[in-house]
Design a protein around this ligand. Structure first.
Ligand code: GLY
Length: 393
């Protein structure tokens, strides 16, 4: 049996794809779907998130974005979602493919968009350069000071909270055990990983305190050790606590606003006061504003300064945001790596596979990650191989 440590979007996706193939798998997490996946905005936007130095990440993102429509359709079916009123069942995940509009205010920003457009063109990726007026025709709530933009029409987005809820439902329907406990240590036999030690049960009932399992055939209380033929470490920013992997927490504060009518038709992003800000509209009128990027260790406090910066910058893009109700504020920890690429594949230690380090792209890269571990993407697997760090150390 494989044990997946980590019940975020990456770990749950791997477990679901493996279970669909009939492979025995168990997920271990004290509080599934409550970490970075709960905070994430869910942009499936490899094109508009790209920078010049991140060609390999772009390749991974584009490949994973291609996988998203069938991944979502199969997930919606396995979770029991149905098409409603002419809308596909994937609307239950709020999957939308209306593109991202990257906007610019000043001459420098416009020049940067021109360069980005040329780079995309060279890579054969579809983008459209727009004037300020064309941007406002697409998105009438944009500020009058927006002078131009770059539309990536192929970018998409999804609601990560709905995705993880659907994954948990699908796993339950497939009878996959979910052990609600914290993995504290990898168990080894000689040099081979043979399982995980779980946080000992206590009676507090708090998240992660007592190892309690649910799912097909599982006992109510699990032993404090879980044997595995293979452990797949998908614990995001917490992965480095269990194995030698260069992953660090990168804090992101993010805000959810609510409006009676959707304010935007597509994702809008821009750089304001030197920092990037994005707005992601949900089908139900929610508008996600994100996100800070802070090197603060395992700090998940939501701060006045973080929220101030988000709102200040979002207002520059879309002045109307200040009228909206605040629905939710949260801070998550992205698992950052030295080269911003994920770490996916055999660790070099027998019995241990890594699926972590997805930094800003966990939701986007979840389908690809599962595919890599199932051996479906051997060429791209080389880009995220854990071996690259062994080679340079
Ligand atoms: N993917 C966007 C973020 O991490 O803020």
């Amino acid at each position: 049996m494989d044990v997946i440590v980590g019940g975020g979007v990456v770990g749950l996706s791997i477990a679901w794809r493996m279970a669909r193939e009939g492979r025995p798998v168990t997920v271990v997490d004290p509080a599934p779907a409550s970490g970075a996946s709960h905070a994430a905005a869910g942009m499936l936007a490899p094109v508009s998130e790209v920078t010049y130095t991140e060609g390999p990440l772009l390749r991974l993102g584009v490949a994973s974005l291609r996988r998203w429509p069938s991944f979502a359709a199969e997930l919606a079916a396995d979770a029991g979602f149905e098409a409603v009123g002419g809308e596909p069942a994937t609307r239950g995940l709020d999957l939308r493919s209306d593109g991202t509009l990257d906007v610019a205010f000043g001459a420098d920003d416009l020049a940067a968009l021109d360069e980005l457009a040329a780079y995309m063109d060279k890579l054969g990726l579809r983008v459209e350069r727009l004037t300020g007026r064309e941007c406002r025709r697409l998105e009438p709530m944009l500020a009058p000071s927006v002078r131009g933009g770059l539309l990536a029409p192929g970018d998409a987005w999804v609601d990560p909270r709905r995705v993880t809820a659907a994954l948990l439902t699908a796993l339950e329907r497939l009878g996959v055990p979910l052990v609600r406990a914290r993995a504290t240590e990898l168990l080894r036999d000689g040099g081979t990983v043979v399982g995980v030690r779980l946080a000992p049960p206590d009676k507090s009932g708090g998240p992660g305190s007592a190892p309690v399992a649910s799912g097909g055939g599982a006992r109510a209380e699990e032993p404090a050790e879980l044997a595995a033929e293979r452990v797949v470490l998908a614990a995001g920013a917490w992965s480095a606590g269990l194995a030698e992997v260069p992953v660090r927490p990168v804090k992101g504060q993010i805000m959810r606003l609510r409006s009676p009518q959707p304010l935007l038709g597509r994702c809008v992003r821009g750089t304001v006061h030197g920092s990037p800000v994005y707005l992601v509209p949900r089908g139900d009128g929610e508008l996600v504003v994100g996100a800070t990027q802070e090197e603060m260790g395992f700090d998940t406090r939501v701060t006045a300064g973080g929220l101030y910066e988000l709102l200040r910058d979002a207002r520059e893009l879309v002045p109307g945001v200040t009228e909206l109700e605040v629905a939710d504020v949260v801070a998550g920890l992205r698992p950052g790596t030295p080269d911003n690429l994920p770490v996916i594949g055999p660790s070099g230690t027998p019995g241990l596979t890594l699926a972590t380090g997805h930094h800003r792209g966990g939701v986007l890269l979840a389908p690809l990650t599962a595919a890599v571990l199932l051996g479906e993407e051997s060429e791209l697997a080389a880009l995220c191989s854990p071996g690259r760090f062994r080679e340079i150390s």
